[in-house]
Write a protein that binds this ligand. Structure first.
Ligand SMILES: [Zn+2]
Length: 299
């Protein structure tokens, strides 16, 4: 269970995972929140679009159609591996599904076969619509599948979930057949393998991890006392982005330059991830955990 990521946190998480993100104009306020709840979120649902062409698929998923208003997902994953963000909030993608499946996702256990449609999935799941005709013949290019794996892993990492939190639409409800053309067990194995690796940010995303081809330059530890002075600094933003990238987010918005309780709670997750406990994991940065985090140099 988790609060949904803010738009900025979602973009950061995807880019930290090496995904090429395209932001469709208006996506940040495109949602169905006026029709029902969005969150707490528990997982990711993967779909195929039954469409072809990136532009048409993105437009359809943004706006929807007369019988099913948009957004129809959060991100459209094109055949070229680009992820087009179309919705932020409740989206018409998962629909009704099996509450026993939701329980298994929350527990990150093996999924039961869906046999009832008693639960609103649009509350609980992020959705990726992946461009494919779904006829069993339309190929899944390697670059598209890799982007699907990374986009799913990005959300798992940001929320601290395992690959067991990623399901196919056909695993949510017995009324759907998508995605078709690859196995979800194999897909989850790839997400799990991805989560075992550190993030590899894509180039040119402004993550500021260095000086081009040179050795990455990291922010020196500002000192424990610095954080107690309620700082407002680009260093805090850079820290927050790194915490999201390593799956230690307690953010519901931001991260931003102002040091907040969300920064401290996120940093505490990082400390626990390193094995610290008790007062050593109180969220106030120390030199060792700071060095391990590799915060990009910003000022
Ligand atoms: Zn679907």
């Amino acid at each position: 269970m988790a609060n949904p990521l803010s738009p900025d946190a979602l973009v950061s998480a995807l880019r930290a995972e090496g995904v090429t993100v395209v932001e469709r104009a208006g996506w940040r306020t495109n949602n169905r929140n006026h029709k029902g709840s969005w969150g707490p979120v528990n997982g990711v649902v993967v779909h195929h679009t039954v469409t072809s062409g990136t532009a048409d698929s993105v437009s359809l998923c943004f706006a929807g159609h007369s019988a099913l208003p948009g957004p129809l997902c959060h991100g459209v994953i094109a055949k070229d591996g680009t992820v087009h963000l179309v919705g932020n909030g409740r989206a018409n993608h998962a629909g009704s599904g099996d509450g026993d499946v939701l329980k298994a996702v929350i527990a990150e256990k093996a999924l039961p076969a869906p046999n009832e449609n008693d639960t609103d999935g649009n509350v609980h799941f992020y959705g990726f619509e992946c461009v494919n005709l779904g006829d069993g013949k339309d190929p899944w290019p390697a670059v598209q599948l890799e982007a699907m794996v990374r986009a799913s892993a990005a959300l798992c990492r940001a929320h601290g979930w395992s690959a067991a939190s990623v399901i196919g639409h056909k695993e949510w409800t017995n009324t759907k057949i998508d995605p078709r053309g690859f196995g979800m067990a194999d897909f989850r194995a790839r997400v799990a393998a991805r989560l075992r690796k550190p993030t590899t940010p894509s180039t040119g995303t402004g993550t500021g991890t260095g000086t081009g081809t040179g050795t990455p330059r990291y922010q020196p530890f500002p000192g424990a006392a610095w954080f107690r002075k309620n700082p407002k600094s680009a260093v805090v933003t850079a820290l927050g982005k790194r915490l999201i990238a390593v799956g230690c987010s307690a953010y519901t918005s931001g991260p931003g330059p102002q040091w907040t309780e969300a920064d401290r709670l996120s940093y505490a997750k990082w400390q626990r991830k390193l094995g610290y406990t008790g007062s050593a994991a109180d969220g106030w940065p120390g030199a060792t955990s700071w060095a391990a985090l590799k915060v990009p140099y910003s000022s």
